[in-house]
Design a binder for this molecule. Structure first.
Ligand code: NDP
Length: 253
């Protein structure tokens, strides 16, 4: 089943994620917001992780208004967080839920598009920190909670520029290659000793702030809305992908 699994063709049952606790980083906007709303629609209790409390509260309200399970907000600025912030979040998850069934690393920043020759070093460090190091730190502190789930899924949001290098995409592209590498290393470490699966998903182009920043002159109407891309995320975060690990996927053909 593992080799033929295609998250794009999965049709989720209405209660597919019922009873699951799923944390989504960057849940305040764009793809993360859309996936958080979809997770709740399919029955999950969602931990909304982000840096902007006001935006997270708006997503919280949307979920409640739609009748989804009550979500939780975890304010965490991945650029500024220190060890105790991560520890507090992990302790709160264990105390409140006793386990974690899904972790979607979705928050990210673009940095600047620039040739390597002129790439600004502090921007490089910021992008690598938010996109890679913070995801590593969050994964590490949440691992005890993931181990307590009978069927946990860790999913990384990747990008096409993290699978084949592209000129001028600088730290962003390199951070996505690192994301893919981290996914593979972590999946291999866990494969025979836990039931935790670890995969990556490239959402493809979507109408979000980041895409706008990368392509300011692009016609927004030509881009799919994030809400249309959530199906593969549900398949990879939920029971449909049980035993699928160490794999890279695309949300769009
Ligand atoms: P958005 O800019 O809309 O979303 C990025 C999210 O990351 C926001 O929720 C943002 O929070 C959050 N974030 C940024 N910095 C931090 C931080 N320091 N701490 C906590 N959260 C932070 O872009 P997308 O929805 O497009 O991006 C989501 C993911 O999809 C990214 O990993 C991106 O690389 C990937 N992707 C996107 C594509 C596209 O075409 N849109 C294509 C391929 C991959 P806030 O709301 O506060 O800004």
């Amino acid at each position: 089943m593992s080799d033929s699994f295609d998250p794009r063709t999965h049709n989720a049952r209405p209660d597919e994620l019922a009873g699951r606790v799923i944390a989504v980083t960057g849940a305040s906007s764009g793809i993360g917001r859309a996936v958080a709303l979809a997770c709740a629609r399919f029955g999950a209790t969602v931990i909304l992780v982000g840096r902007n409390a006001r935006k997270l509260e708006a997503v919280h309200t949307e979920i409640e208004t739609a009748g989804g399970p009550e979500p939780t907000i975890a304010v965490l600025d991945l650029e500024k967080a220190i060890a105790s912030d991560y520890d507090q979040l992990a302790a709160a998850v264990l105390e409140r839920f006793g386990r974690l069934d899904g972790l979607l690393h979705n928050a990210g920043i673009l940095g600047t598009l620039s040739p390597i020759e002129h790439y600004d070093v502090p921007t490089w460090c910021r992008v690598m920190h938010v996109n890679v190091t913070a995801a590593f730190a969050l994964t590490q502190v949440l691992l005890p909670a993931l181990k307590r789930s009978p069927d946990a899924s860790v999913l990384f949001t990747s990008s096409s520029v993290g699978r084949r290098g592209r000129a001028y995409w600088g730290a962003y592209a390199v951070s996505k290659f690192a994301t893919e590498g981290f996914m593979q290393v972590f999946a291999a470490e866990l494969e025979n000793i836990t039931s935790i699966r670890v995969n990556s998903l490239n959402p493809g182009r979507a109408r979000t702030m980041m895409r706008r920043q990368a392509y300011p002159a692009e016609d927004l109407n030509s881009l799919p809305m994030p809400e249309t891309l959530t199906g593969p995320y549900i398949a990879l975060l939920g029971p449909a992908s049980r035993d699928v690990t160490g794999r890279t996927f695309d949300a769009q053909s």
